[in-house]
Design a protein around this ligand. Structure first.
Ligand SMILES: O=C(O)C1=C[C@@H](OP(=O)(O)O)[C@@H](O)[C@H](O)C1
Ligand SMILES: C=C(OP(=O)(O)O)C(=O)O
Length: 450
């Protein structure tokens, strides 16, 4: 069995651990949610008092968010109180008020990496400063859609310059204030366009009424918008979901936050899938009894593959079936689970159809194309539809599973490698986007004798 954690050579191929017929069983503690960590950081930076975020995620996406907010004037430091995944964070907010800088400072530069939360959530924060802020990121970040954030800010009176493609790179020229008002955007490409404007609206001059209008589709990943509204409301902000196409946020002097980040339930997915595809049993502690994370959908998804799921005293336990069923799933509410689901479908005994995820073409990579190519490269039978994938059982064989700089592609390859010998994942280090310890955690779980 391979025990190289792959981190020493992040560009190399990582031999995925293969278990043969042995069930994978064990307990895996999962670090904090990317989505909650980055929302809390943004809101803490916009608050009117210092905040503490307990159990934050430490990963490339959250570190990019910390660096971005520091560029804009927030002070973010470890408190010195540490848990298993790192220190809690103390955040002193960005100084508020119009023209906080008497002399307009030199332009600031923000690296978004490939983080959707950074490239979407931070430009509206920059709009609140009396400064120019330039945003850019990884090569693939330059094709992820940004148009509705740009248009929304322009409709609010903010000057945003891009090269006309509606993507990074772009420059936000803030004046120190954003008026607020009613704005309509097409958020069918990403729920993050909605969350971005709602979060910064706490510091707008007047209430924000944000509407979604589209000829093609509704807002995907609605639980993530619900998460934004809940994070705002828990912080004392008057934020309202009027409908699935309209939200309202009142400007509020946000008191300091004292919040604890839940484990990342989407990142629990590959470990639960390990139980599912090998007929094993995997438990995840600290599963929240109430959550807005889309990853809570595992509780309804895994039984459709034939597995069983129990949530007892905050521990979620999944047990895999003798043979995986195919599934027919609308994943529009939880598209970020799709690569993990697709890996299970590729190992299932019946055909599967995944629907409602056309917007995955704008994720870290075009995930529908990437999953189709990589599953078929290993002998599988996957095809793209207009809004998803059809995956039909076919005998798989070993080979290289390419990750396209996408953490969830890399973990999908690892799942398939549990059951198919000689699968290598190219650039397993890309899992550092949200789960830097993935290779070590995976190897530890898979090597564990139940
Ligand atoms: O707001 C967030 O934290 C996220 C929203 C979703 O984006 P999309 O609506 O673009 O799928 C999700 O897929 C992404 O991983 C995180
Ligand atoms: C789509 C994802 O990330 P991002 O926040 O970069 O959009 C994801 O993590 O699956």
């Amino acid at each position: 069995m391979n025990t190289d954690n792959g981190l020493s050579h992040p560009e190399s191929q990582w031999a995925a651990p293969f278990t043969g017929d042995r069930p994978v069983s064990g307990t895996v503690a999962i670090p904090g949610s990317k989505s909650l960590t980055n929302r809390y950081l943004v809101l803490a930076a916009l608050a009117s008092e210092p905040s503490v975020v307990h159990k934050p995620l430490y990963s490339r996406d959250s570190e990019l968010m910390i660096a971005a907010l520091q560029q804009l004037g927030a002070v973010i430091e470890p408190t010195g109180v540490s848990g298993p995944f790192g220190s809690d964070l103390a955040i002193t907010p960005i100084p508020s008020g119009p023209a906080a800088d008497v002399h307009r400072p030199e332009p600031r530069h923000i690296d978004c990496g490939l983080a959707g939360t950074v490239m979407r959530f931070v430009p509206p924060v920059a709009a609140l400063l009396n400064a120019d802020t330039q945003f850019d990121g990884d090569p693939h970040a330059r094709v992820r859609p940004m148009g509705p954030v740009i248009q929304g800010l322009r409709d609010l009176g903010v000057t945003v310059e891009d090269d006309g493609r509606g993507t990074l790179p772009l420059t936000v020229s803030g004046t120190g204030r954003v008026a607020g008002g009613t704005v309509t955007i097409d958020a069918s490409g990403s729920s993050q366009f909605v969350s971005a404007l709602l979060l910064s609206a706490v510091r707008f001059d007047a209430p924000l009424v944000l509407k979604h209008e589209s000829d093609t589709a509704g807002v995907p990943s609605l639980p993530h918008v619900a998460m934004t509204v809940e994070v705002l409301r828990e912080a004392g902000v008057d934020a309202t979901r009027v409908s699935d196409t309209e939200w309202r946020v009142e400007p509020t002097a946000v008191p300091g936050l004292d919040v604890t980040v839940e484990p990342d339930l989407s990142n629990a997915g590959p470990f639960l899938a390990a139980a599912m595809v090998t007929g094993g049993t995997v438990s995840i502690p600290d599963w929240p009894s109430h959550t807005t994370q889309g990853g809570d959908h595992w509780r309804s998804i895994l039984p459709q593959f034939g597995g069983s799921v129990d949530l007892i005293d905050g521990v979620l336990t999944a047990t895999g079936p003798a043979q995986l069923n195919g599934v027919d799933l609308d994943l529009s509410e939880a598209g970020e689970l799709a690569p993990t689901v697709a890996a299970m479908c590729a190992l299932a005994t019946g055909p599967s159809q995944l629907r409602g995820i056309a917007h995955l073409r704008g994720h870290e990579t075009d995930r529908l194309a990437a999953l189709t190519t990589e599953i078929n490269r290993l002998g599988g039978n996957a095809e793209e539809t207009e809004d998803g994938l059809i995956i039909t059982p076919a005998p798989l064989h070993g080979g290289v599973f390419h990750s396209y700089e996408d953490h969830r592609m890399a973990t999908a390859g690892a799942i398939i490698g549990l059951r198919i010998p000689d699968v290598s994942v190219e650039n397993i280090g890309t899992t550092s986007k949200t789960l830097p310890d993935f290779p070590q955690m995976w190897t530890t779980l898979v090597s564990h004798d139940a």
